[in-house]
Unconditional design. Structure first.
Length: 451
C-alpha cells in the first residue's frame, strides 16, 4: 500500500486525474470484484530471445514513460491523484515451457488465464510484462494493465519503444531515455482547462436538443457476466473494395465504418434518427513530435447523430459523419455528470458504440529488429452484453466481437459477423447519390439476432 510519508522522497510529481480516469477509478472502487477496464494484450515474439535483455528493456521502458511509473492514490486524500514516482519497480515474470514443447500451446493459454485473473494493483503498480518461453527462438509477451493508465494510441507508442529498446540492447547500442513528464503536464493542463469552458456544453445541448430518444437495451452491470471474444479477419477483397470507396468519396476508413455501423443500428432499432458512440483521440492541436511522444488516457467517447431516412444519400451520411467527428473532437471536453444533464440516456452511446483501433504503430518495428512481434490476442471485460471493435492497423484488420455467453451463442455471433461484412461489401459498390432505401430493403431483419 502506498504510504505518503515513507514515499515522499520517491515522488517525482503529483498530478490530478482526467475525468475519464476518475470515472474508471470510482467504478473499480464501487465494484471491487469486477474485471471491467482491466486489459490483457498478448504478442508472439520470434527471433533472438534473451530474457534478461527483455527484462532490461522493460525496465527502461518504465523509466522512459512517466505514466508507467505512476500509481493511483485515493485513500486519505481529498481527491484521487496520480503519483509519478522517480523510480518504479518493473514487474517482469518468466514462464518456461520449453521442456513441454509438445503441449506448450495449451499451457500458454493456461498461463494467460492465470495472468488475467491476477489483476494489477492500481495503487502499487498498474502494469506488468510476463514472458512465456515456447522455444529457443519463440516466446509470448503478455501485457497486463488497466485502461485507466493509457489509451490505444499510447499502447502503440509503448510497444514500439519496448521493441526498439530490446533491439538496441541486443546490438549493444545506446538506449535513449527521455523525460516526457513536462509534455504530459502541459497537455493535461490544456485539457483540464478545456473541461471548464461552457462552450463545449452549449455545443452538445444544441446538437442533441431535438433528438427524440427511443427504447434501447440499457447498460446494466452484471457481475456474473461470462465474457467471450471472437475475432473475424477482414477478407483482402473486401479491404480493397472499401479502400476504393474511401478514395472515391474522399473519406477515412473510420468514417466508412461508422457509417456502416449507423446503418446497422438503424436497421436493428427500426429508427431513422439514431445515435452511435464514437471515440475521439483527444490529441488535436498537437505538434507531430508531441503526437508521437504523448502517452496517457486522452480519449473520449462521444455521441454522433446520424440521419438514416430512406431518402438519405449514402454520400451525405459519409460527409455528415466526417464533419461531426471533427466537431466532436473539438468539443469532447464534457464531464460525466454534465453528460447526464445534457443527454440523460447517455448509456445509449455506449450500448450503440463501435470501437475502432487505428492508432499508428511504427512500420519499421519488424523490419530491422532482432525480433519479430505479432499481435496474438486481447482480453478485456465488457459491461454491455455485446460489443464490436475493429482493429484497423496496417499489418492487420479484423473485427473483434465481445459478448456475454449467457445471452448469445457462437452461431448468433457468426451470423452477425457475416451480415456485417456483407453490409460493408454492399456499401462499397454504392454510388454517393444512391439512397439508403436500397440498403434497408437488402438487409431488412438481418441484425435481429443481436438486440
Amino acid at each position: 500500500m502506498y504510504n505518503k510519508d515513507d514515499a515522499a522522497c520517491k515522488v517525482q510529481d503529483i498530478i490530478p486525474l482526467l475525468p475519464l480516469q476518475r470515472t474508471i477509478l470510482f467504478w473499480g472502487l464501487a465494484h471491487p470484484s469486477s474485471f471491467q477496464y482491466y486489459e490483457q494484450w498478448r504478442y508472439t515474439v520470434t527471433g533472438e530471445i534473451h530474457t534478461e535483455l527483455m527484462r532490461t528493456a522493460w525496465e527502461k521502458t518504465i523509466e522512459h514513460f512517466s505514466i508507467l511509473r505512476g500509481i493511483f492514490v485515493w485513500d486519505k486524500v481529498r481527491d484521487p491523484v496520480f503519483v509519478v514516482l522517480k523510480k518504479q519497480n518493473a514487474i517482469f515474470r518468466v514462464y518456461d515451457l520449453q521442456v513441454n514443447i509438445n503441449n506448450s500451446r495449451v499451457l500458454s493459454e493456461d498461463i494467460a488465464r492465470k495472468e488475467w485473473q491476477d489483476r494489477v494493483k492500481l495503487n502499487i503498480n498498474p502494469i506488468r510484462l510476463s514472458v512465456t518461453l515456447l522455444s529457443p527462438n519463440k516466446c509470448e509477451w503478455i501485457i497486463s494493465t488497466n485502461h485507466i493508465l493509457f489509451d490505444g494510441w499510447s499502447n502503440g507508442l509503448i510497444m514500439s519503444y519496448l521493441v526498439n529498446c530490446y533491439n538496441s540492447l541486443c546490438k549493444k547500442q545506446i538506449v535513449i531515455i527521455e523525460n516526457d513528464l513536462l509534455l504530459y503536464k502541459k497537455h493535461l493542463k490544456q485539457t483540464l482547462d478545456e473541461y471548464n469552458k461552457q462552450e463545449h456544453k452549449q455545443f452538445w445541448m444544441e446538437y442533441l436538443s431535438d433528438y427524440i430518444e427511443y427504447e434501447t437495451n440499457d447498460l446494466k452491470y452484471e457481475n456474473s457476466i461470462r465474457n467471450c471474444i471472437c475475432s473475424f479477419p477482414f477478407p483482402d477483397y473486401l479491404l480493397n473494395m472499401i479502400d476504393e470507396f474511401c478514395v472515391a468519396n474522399n473519406c477515412s476508413l473510420s468514417t466508412y465504418l461508422y457509417a456502416a455501423w449507423a446503418i446497422k443500428v438503424s436497421l436493428q432499432s427500426n429508427q431513422r434518427d439514431i445515435i452511435i458512440g464514437a471515440t475521439v483521440s483527444g490529441r488535436n492541436n498537437l505538434l507531430p513530435y508531441e503526437m508521437n511522444n504523448l502517452t496517457g488516457l486522452w480519449i473520449q467517447t462521444v455521441p454522433i447523430r446520424v440521419n438514416c431516412e430512406n431518402d438519405t444519400f449514402i454520400g451525405d451520411i459519409i460527409s455528415n459523419i466526417q464533419n461531426d467527428l471533427l466537431l466532436a473532437e473539438k468539443h469532447m471536453y464534457i464531464n460525466n455528470h454534465d453528460w447526464f444533464g445534457i443527454f440523460p440516456n447517455i448509456n445509449t452511446v455506449y450500448s450503440q458504440m463501435l470501437t475502432i483501433q487505428n492508432y499508428p504503430i511504427d512500420k519499421s518495428i519488424n523490419k530491422y529488429n532482432s525480433i519479430k512481434i505479432e499481435f496474438l490476442s486481447s482480453n478485456y471485460q465488457i459491461i454491455s452484453a455485446f460489443n464490436v471493435s475493429i482493429k484497423a492497423f496496417d499489418f492487420m484488420k479484423c473485427m473483434e466481437i465481445s459478448y456475454n455467453a449467457k445471452m448469445y451463442n457462437i452461431n448468433q455471433i457468426n451470423e452477425f459477423a457475416t451480415h456485417f461484412f456483407n453490409l460493408l461489401k454492399y456499401m462499397s459498390v454504392m454510388k454517393s447519390n444512391q439512397k439508403l432505401k436500397n440498403v434497408f430493403e437488402e438487409f431488412y431483419g438481418c441484425f435481429d439476432e443481436i438486440k
